[in-house]
Structures are given as C-alpha cells and as structure tokens.
Design a protein around this ligand. Structure first.
Ligand SMILES: Cc1cc2nc3c(=O)[nH]c(=O)nc-3n(C[C@H](O)[C@H](O)[C@H](O)COP(=O)(O)OP(=O)(O)OC[C@H]3O[C@@H](n4cnc5c(N)ncnc54)[C@H](O)[C@@H]3O)c2cc1C
Length: 96
C-alpha cells in the first residue's frame, strides 16, 4: 500500500466535505474491493473516508413503488428482510 490518511466520517455531510476537499480521497465502505486493490498498489488514494459508522446510509425501505437500500446496508441485512423477500425474492436468495 502507498501511504494515506484515514478519516472516519460522522455524518454524510462531513463525508461529502472530506471527499470534496481532497482530489485523491476515496470513500471506504466494506473495503472488499478497495483494500485489496490498495494492497496490490492498483489504487492509491491519498485519504480514506470511512463510512462505516454512518447509520443514515444503512437500512432497507420497501414501498409499493420501490425497494430502497442504503449504500452501507450489508448484503446479509437485505437477504434477511422479509419485505424484500416478498417484493424481490431474488434479493433474499443466498448463493448455495
Ligand atoms: C470474497 C469475495 C467474493 C466476491 N464475490 C462477488 C460476486 O459473486 N459478485 C460480485 O458482483 N462481486 C463480488 N465481489 C465483489 C464485491 O461485490 C465487492 O467487493 C463489494 O461490492 C465492494 O463493496 P464494498 O462495500 O466492500 O466497497 P469498497 O471496497 O469499500 O469500495 C469500492 C469502491 O466504491 C467506492 N464507494 C464505496 N462506497 C461508496 C459510496 N457510498 N458512494 C460512492 N462510492 C462509494 C469506493 O471508494 C471504492 O472505489 C466479491 C468480493 C470478495 C472479496
């Protein structure tokens, strides 16, 4: 990995400001793609802005018109949601 600074965002607004304030900053969600790419030196953000504690980005909402999934909602939460299972069964099927 190349050197980088780390910042944990405490609000969506703070994350957006931190991202706007540094051209090579990157948002960190689960890190499943970004961290391996950084380890392979395929990606070199100057700053990581961690979204992990942003409850505002978590959650599932199901209405008659739409299923809304927050950007930080884990796959497992979506798969376990009974309303999602009714609305879009394929989203609750766990890979065998
Ligand atoms: C073991 C393993 C198995 C996998 N299997 C599959 C598979 O079967 N099918 C498949 O499609 N994928 C698969 N993947 C890839 C996986 O889907 C992605 O790694 C995962 O979705 C990345 O999400 P993340 O939250 O970890 O993102 P991160 O690695 O944190 O971020 C990925 C990118 O998105 C940006 N980003 C993150 N959050 C936001 C946001 N809120 N707004 C804007 N940009 C954002 C980051 O800056 C980064 O550039 C697998 C990965 C692993 C490690």
């Amino acid at each position: 990995m190349y050197p980088f600074t780390y910042e944990r965002a405490h609000s969506v607004e703070a994350a957006a400001n931190a991202l706007a304030g540094e051209a090579d900053a990157k948002l960190l969600a689960g890190g499943q793609t970004l961290l391996p790419a950084m380890k392979l030196r395929l990606n070199a953000p100057s700053k990581l802005i961690d979204l992990g504690k942003l409850g505002d980005l978590k959650g599932v909402q199901v209405t008659a018109e739409a299923v809304s999934v927050g950007a930080m909602t884990p796959h497992a939460t979506v798969a376990a949601d009974a309303e999602v299972a009714k609305a879009i069964p394929g989203l609750s099927e766990r890979p065998s």
